[in-house]
Design a protein around this ligand. Sequence first.
Ligand code: GTR
Length: 327
Amino acid sequence: MRPSRRALITTALAAPLAACVQEIGERPLRVSDTHPAGYPTVAAVAEMGRLLAERTKGRLRFAMYPGGQLGEEIDTLEITIFGGLDLNRVNLAALNSIAAETIVPSLPFLFRSKAHMRAALDGPPGRAILDSLEPHGLIGLAFYDSGERSFYNTRGPIRTPADLAGLKLRVQSSDLFVALVQAMGGDPTPMSYGEVYQALVTGVVDGAENNWPSYEDSRHFEVAGFYSLTRHVMTPEILVMSARTWNRLSAEDQAVVRDCARQSVPFMRELWDARETAARARVAAKGVQINEVETAPFQALVAPVWDRFARTARARMLVDQIKAIPG
Ligand code: GTR
């Protein structure tokens, strides 16, 4: 069972106090992830921890808390901001209400391909988004792949926007995702990831949207067996460090942390590519009905989302930079 909010806050308040008496290096750095051990994000952060421990001779090391054991992403982010957790791997959508720049990579149909998405996040736009977090108490260390997100549901295949009418679809707690589903004609319900399985079973929602590895790993495929390849966003994952922890590291250690995070990215991408293919094959073998979708009619509906979320000069500049990148 996931901890209650009260328990989370108690832990979160206790941890910084304990951290005051314990210097970084005397305790491991605490890292949260909603996914279980073995998932590509968790494996990548574990690899970063291995590199870090090696480079600092064990002075800096990670204690991993995977599987959402410390709470849902939005809650653990708050805790990370005030120093109760040192690192957190979340989906970028969880930061949408914290830093406006993080919305840009979730603009629907922004990226033309996986290569385009990777080049944009490895380049100046990615750097600008990572750096935009610092005033909010977080240090952006790395982006990881999260693939294309598509809709799945309990009722039947989605082929045209009309098929979304009347479907209650779980979305992440981000205004952009709410607006996106509304624009396409569905009925969005923001909800934490850990609550979705039960919500699908009880019919509180009819479906959700996610990538292949999460769809498989969360076992949502057992309940919602129609997966329709709308490929509407490629919101990446992000690894952040608490600025409170960061500010207690020496400049040399900060450089090593950045370097180890950077090195974990190609490691993750290799795991990700293999996992995407394997997860799709495994759910198909278990009877999931998969259908390709002509995306043009969906793309035609998302203009209001762009008008609302890519409005500021800063967002437009990032979008222009991303569009100019080949891939
Ligand atoms: C997954 C992502 C998680 C979480 C989840 C969700 O793809 O890896 O961090 O954001 O989606 O839909 O909540």
